[in-house]
Design a protein. Structure first.
Ligand code: PEP
Ligand code: MN
Length: 473
C-alpha cells in the first residue's frame, strides 16, 4: 500500500501539531529503540480481520461500537476497571445486536489510549504556569511532575500489554458467553426499568441460544460476514479490538513493523506482499486537532495497513475532507477509513449533509460513525467539565436522520463511557441527565475522570436502547 516515498519515519519531514518536547533526546532515542525491539501487541491477521469487518459496516451489514475512556491512566489498570469496561461494551453491544439483528464490531478505546491533545501547551495552577498534562505516557497529572519523561512510553507499553493480556484472558475463558450474560451485566443497576428491559433481552437470547442448540445450529459463533477464516474470534470467543488516538508519532513509529500482509499470497500463484502494520493497536484514529493535510500525522497514517479513523469536526471543509481521503486511501480500498463525526448538536445540521454529499460524489468507501461527545462539552456552574445527556442524544438522533435524509446510513457510534464503580457499587457522576436524571449538584459526588466526562453505566445503556429502538423501527 505504501508508496516508495513513505517509510515509518517519513512524518519527520513534516510539521507536527501537538508534539511533545523531550528535554533529553538521547534518552528518548534509547527508549524508542527498546520499544522497537519489543514484541507486537496485536497481529497483522487480527488487523486484517478488522478491516474485513469494517468493510461489512461500510456495506450496512454490521454496526460499529467504538467506546471507552477519554484517556486511560496507569493507576486505573486494574482487574476491576478492565472487566467493568469490557462488561459494559458487551452489554451495550448485546442491546444493539438484539435491536438491529446485525453483528456489532467492538473496538475499545483501551490498551494504549493514554496520550491527549491539548488546546494549550501550558496551564496555570495555583498561580503557577506549568506544562499541560499530556497523558500518562508523557507526564504526570501532578503539577510537579509535568516534565515529559521517555520512560513513561515504556511504562505505557507494559500497561497496554497487561491490559490486553487480561482482556484476552477474560474473553477466552467464558466471560463473554451469551449463555451467562449476568456475569458481566447489571447486578448494580438500580433503575428497575433499565434492569427489566435488559433482562428481557438476555432471557430472549438465552431462549434463542437454547433453541439453536436443540436444532444443532449453534456451531458458528458470529454471523456470515464475520466467518472469514472461521475459528475463534479475535481476542477470544467474540471479536474485540483495541484502539487509541495515533498522536505520539515517535511511539507509533516504534511500534510499526514491515511484515507479510496477512492473507496475501495464500490463494493462487500471487507472491506474498509486504506491508507496514502499526502493531500497538488494531485501529488508530487521527484527532480533530492533528489532521492537517500536509502535517506529520496524516503522513504517518497514510502508510500503514491498519484501518484508521479520522475525526471530522465543524472546521473541516468538504473539499479538504476529500483531499484527506485521497491521501490516506488513494486506491479507495474498502475497510480502510472510518469517519468519526463530532460537530456538536447545534452544528451537525450545517455540516454533515455537505460532508455526506461530497464523500458520495468522490466514491470513497467510508464507515460513518457518530461521536456525539466531543462537540458537546461544557463547564457546569460548579466548574466541572461535563456533557448533557439530552444534547448527546440530540446530536445522535440528528445524525441518524440526516444520514437517512441524504440516502446514507449511520454505521456506528463512538462514545466515552465507563462501567467503573466505586467501592459501594455506585457509578461515576460526570455527565448530566439520562434516565437517572443526574443533576448539577450531583456531579461532584463521584467525578473521577481526569480528562473528558464519560457516560456512566446506566446512561450508556440508555443510549444503547435508543439506538436499538431506532433499528427496530
Ligand atoms: C477524543 O476522542 O478524546 C478527542 C480528543 O477527540 P477530538 O479529536 O475529536 O477532539
Ligand atoms: Mn475525549
Amino acid at each position: 500500500m505504501a508508496d516508495s516515498n513513505w517509510y515509518p519515519s517519513s512524518w519527520k519531514s513534516r510539521s507536527a501539531a501537538q508534539m511533545v518536547d523531550y528535554p533529553d533526546q538521547q534518552h528518548l532515542q534509547r527508549v524508542l529503540t527498546k520499544i522497537n525491539a519489543l514484541p507486537p501487541l496485536v497481529t497483522p491477521a487480527e488487523i486484517e480481520r478488522l478491516r474485513f469487518q469494517i468493510t461489512a459496516v461500510q456495506r450496512n451489514e454490521a454496526f460499529l461500537l467504538h467506546a471507552g475512556d477519554c484517556a486511560e491512566s496507569f493507576d486505573a489498570c486494574t482487574q476491576q476497571n478492565i472487566s467493568a469496561k469490557i462488561g459494559l461494551i458487551l452489554s451495550f453491544s448485546l442491546i444493539l445486536i438484539w435491536g438491529g439483528r446485525l453483528p456489532v464490531v467492538r473496538i475499545g478505546r483501551i490498551a494504549g489510549q493514554y496520550a491527549k491533545p491539548r488546546s494549550s501547551g501550558t496551564e496555570t495552577i495555583d498561580n503557577r504556569e506549568v506544562l499541560s498534562f499530556r497523558g500518562d505516557n508523557v507526564n504526570g497529572l501532578d503539577p510537579n511532575d509535568r516534565t515529559p519523561d521517555p520512560e513513561r512510553l515504556l511504562s505505557a507499553y507494559f500497561h497496554s500489554t497487561a491490559t490486553l493480556n487480561y482482556v484476552r484472558g477474560l474473553l477466552t475463558s467464558g466471560f463473554a458467553s451469551l449463555h451467562h450474560p449476568r456475569d458481566w451485566s447489571l447486578s448494580h443497576v438500580r433503575s428497575p426499568a433499565l434492569r427489566s428491559e435488559f433482562e428481557k433481552i438476555t432471557r430472549g437470547l438465552s431462549d434463542a441460544l437454547d433453541f439453536s442448540h436443540t436444532i444443532g445450529a449453534d456451531s458458528g459463533r458470529e454471523s456470515a460476514p464475520f466467518d472469514r477464516g472461521g475459528g475463534r474470534g479475535v481476542l477470544g470467543e467474540i471479536d474485540f479490538y483495541t484502539s487509541h488516538e495515533g498522536l505520539m508519532l515517535d511511539w507509533e513509529q516504534a511500534m510499526t513493523r514491515e511484515v507479510n500482509i496477512a492473507g496475501s499470497g495464500r490463494s493462487g500463484p500471487s507472491p506474498q506482499q509486504k506491508g507496514f502494520y502499526n502493531t500497538s493497536a488494531h485501529f488508530i484514529w487521527v484527532g480533530d486537532r492533528t489532521r492537517q493535510l500536509d502535517g506529520a500525522h496524516i503522513e504517518y497514517f497514510r502508510g500503514i495497513r491498519n484501518p484508521i479513523g479520522i475525526k471530522v469536526g465543524p472546521s473541516l471543509e468538504s473539499a479538504e475532507l476529500i483531499r484527506l481521503l485521497q491521501i490516506v486511501n488513494p486506491n479507495k480500498e474498502s475497510g480502510r477509513v472510518t469517519l468519526i463525526t463530532r460537530y456538536g448538536a447545534g452544528k451537525i445540521g450545517d455540516h454533515l449533509p455537505g460532508h455526506i454529499e461530497a464523500v458520495k460524489h468522490s466514491q470513497h468507501p467510508v464507515a460513518w460513525v457518530c461521536d456525539p461527545m466531543h462537540g458537546n462539552t461544557l463547564t457546569s456552574n460548579s466548574g466541572f467539565k461535563t456533557r448533557n445527556f439530552g444534547t448527546i442524544i440530540s446530536e445522535l438522533t440528528s445524525c441518524i436522520s440526516i444520514h437517512a435524509a441524504c440516502g446514507s446510513r449511520l454505521g456506528g457510534v463512538s462514545l466515552e463511557f465507563t462501567g467503573e464503580l466505586n467501592d459501594e457499587g455506585f457509578s461515576v457522576t460526570e455527565c448530566l441527565g439520562g434516565s437517572m436524571e443526574l443533576s448539577e449538584e450531583q456531579l461532584g459526588l463521584r467525578y473521577q475522570s481526569f480528562c473528558d466526562p464519560r457516560l456512566n453505566f446506566e446512561q450508556s445503556l440508555d443510549v444503547a436502547f435508543l439506538i436499538s429502538n431506532y433499528f427496530k423501527e
